[in-house]
Design a protein around this ligand. Structure first.
Ligand SMILES: C[S@@+](CC[C@H](N)C(=O)[O-])C[C@H]1O[C@@H](n2cnc3c(N)ncnc32)[C@H](O)[C@@H]1O
Length: 488
């Protein structure tokens, strides 16, 4: 969530959106129904705010001992006053609590409830505030960053994984009910699967717009101790419904939204024989993304340019797959492969070199660490495949499946940006055959069963790569043998 006058930087950094009382009460009613118990010996909330969920727990489970932690002193005081002697509310930073010690003193069965802050490390950067796990000395990476290789992650994912880890290690019988982003719940389920945690799981969709005025897919994630590893996860459309709408499950170690469809289309599973590529990453749109106008080439700053044609390529962004642009887009591509020395450009294309140098500060201001210690004007996601004449492309941002054949324009290959994925192809025939096969009903069923359409980037290289092109093409065009003809 971005800061606004009502969203102070601290409110954003703390993900400080308190759970409304009616939602807290529905959550606890559901827990009592699902857990089939009227008794929990203790209830723990790791970021309890003003105590809305703990208050609902107090009335649903009158015998339980209540324990809450909260960073904000004023919220912690409100919660303590609201709950009285029934509860112990501690003002503390989640990241400095000794969870193993706290858990060891709680009687079981134990209920963990909560609504941990919905904030990402990227947003923390924007509001210039810290609320994250302690930095590790090596490389300055946080625990989750080091583990996942991701530079942006949800604070709540880290918190919930940490809490689950400690609770499982305690050996206590527990039940966990957490309000969180749908994406966080999915990643936690994948972690649980990878770590072979013995858990039951279910998911209930929440109307985040209604309850929190937030435009994000949100859920209530229920997890509880089980004899077996986490496997099939029923998904319910809301908190009141008792019949699941669908079932999540696992295929090849990853979570899939439609287990039945995944099983039905399993015959196409394999490793894609050709590598799906991502488009070019540059983080310098104002300088390298150009438009051909009747007056000539123009950059996003409105400057008219005189450049040699060598490094200019027709260009498509992910959004262009969804809606045809009115502009004729071109991209200035300073490198043909990652790490290529750019100094020879001074002599090969002096006008382009002068233009790049004139805007050197814009390149230098790029935040991502990938550009450090690289040649001047470096880009990423570039290689011989970027310049394949024919391609089959798809937007990573699309909310439906549609693959498109991409042909050269004005005698030059079209290059894509990093919001697209593509297969580089040897020929027009090959691109046509792949496009048609990938748009077939069989391929659509395969991908639809595996794609979470509510994700920010629903289409990922990982999902695309799980379909065997050979199996797909084999079913339709048995005579085609060019799959192995040339590795691009
Ligand atoms: C989404 S609100 C939910 C509050 C409360 N759990 C509820 O359901 O009403 C997130 C809460 O987490 C607290 N919080 C944020 N970062 C925290 C941290 N590092 N340690 C403890 N609490 C934190 C915020 O102050 C805020 O009260």
């Amino acid at each position: 969530m971005a800061p606004s006058p009502t969203n102070s930087p601290q409110r954003v950094a703390h993900g400080d959106w308190q759970t409304p009382a009616d939602l807290s009460s529905s959550v606890l009613k559901l827990v009592a129904r699902q857990a089939q118990t009227a008794r929990f010996a203790s209830v723990l909330e790791p970021t309890c705010g003003e105590g809305s969920l703990l208050a609902a727990a107090a009335s649903t489970f009158p015998e339980a001992k209540l324990l809450g932690f909260e960073l904000d002193a004023a919220h912690a005081a409100v919660a303590q006053q609201r709950l009285g002697r029934r509860a112990r509310v501690v003002q503390a930073d989640f990241f400095s609590v000794d969870w193993e010690k706290e858990l060891s003193s709680l009687p079981s069965p134990l209920l963990l409830v909560g609504n941990p802050p919905w904030v990402t490390t990227a947003t923390l950067g924007v509001v210039a505030t810290r609320n994250s796990p302690p930095k590790r000395s090596r490389g300055g990476m946080t625990g989750l960053e080091a583990k996942t290789g991701r530079s942006n992650f949800d604070i709540s994912e880290w918190m919930l994984e940490r809490l689950l880890e400690a609770t499982i290690a305690s050996g206590k019988n527990f039940y966990m009910a957490m309000l969180c982003k749908a994406a966080v719940a999915r990643r936690l389920l994948e972690t649980a699967h990878q770590r072979r945690w013995k858990l039951n799981g279910s998911i209930y969709t929440i109307d985040a717009k209604r309850h929190f005025a937030a435009s994000v897919e949100a859920v209530l994630l229920l997890l509880s101790t089980s004899e077996t590893e986490v496997d099939v996860i029923p998904v319910f459309p809301d908190l009141e419904v008792t019949q699941p709408r669908s079932q999540f499950g696992f295929s090849g170690g990853t979570l899939v939204p439609n287990l039945t469809g995944t099983r039905e289309s399993a015959e196409l599973e394999g490793r894609s024989e050709l590598e799906w590529r991502s488009g070019i990453k540059h983080d310098c749109a104002s300088i390298v993304e150009l438009e051909r106008t009747p007056q000539g080439l123009r950059n996003n700053k409105g400057e008219l340019l005189q450049l040699e044609p060598n490094l200019l390529f027709p260009f498509m962004k992910g959004a262009d797959f969804l809606r045809r642009p009115t502009k004729e887009r071109w991209l200035l591509v300073p490198q043909q492969r990652i790490g290529e020395d750019t100094r020879p450009l001074e002599f090969m294309v002096p006008q382009t070199w002068a233009y790049l140098n004139h805007h050197r500060s814009v390149f230098a201001a790029r935040k991502s660490s990938i550009y450090r210690k690289q040649p001047d004007f470096a880009i990423f996601g570039v290689g011989p495949y970027s310049f394949a004449e024919f391609k089959v492309g798809i937007s990573a941002l699309a909310k439906r499946l549609h693959f498109e054949m991409i042909e050269p324009r004005q005698g030059k290959p079209v290059v894509l940006d990093d919001t697209c994925y593509f297969l580089p192809c040897d020929s027009a025939d090959q691109a046509r055959a792949f496009t048609s096969a990938l748009n077939s009903a069989e391929a659509k069923h395969f991908f639809d069963s595996r794609i979470f359409w509510d994700a920010k980037r629903p289409i990922t290289k990982r999902i695309l790569s799980t379909l065997s092109l050979e199996k797909l093409l084999g079913a339709h065009w048995p005579a085609i043998t060019y799959l192995h003809s040339k590795a691009i």
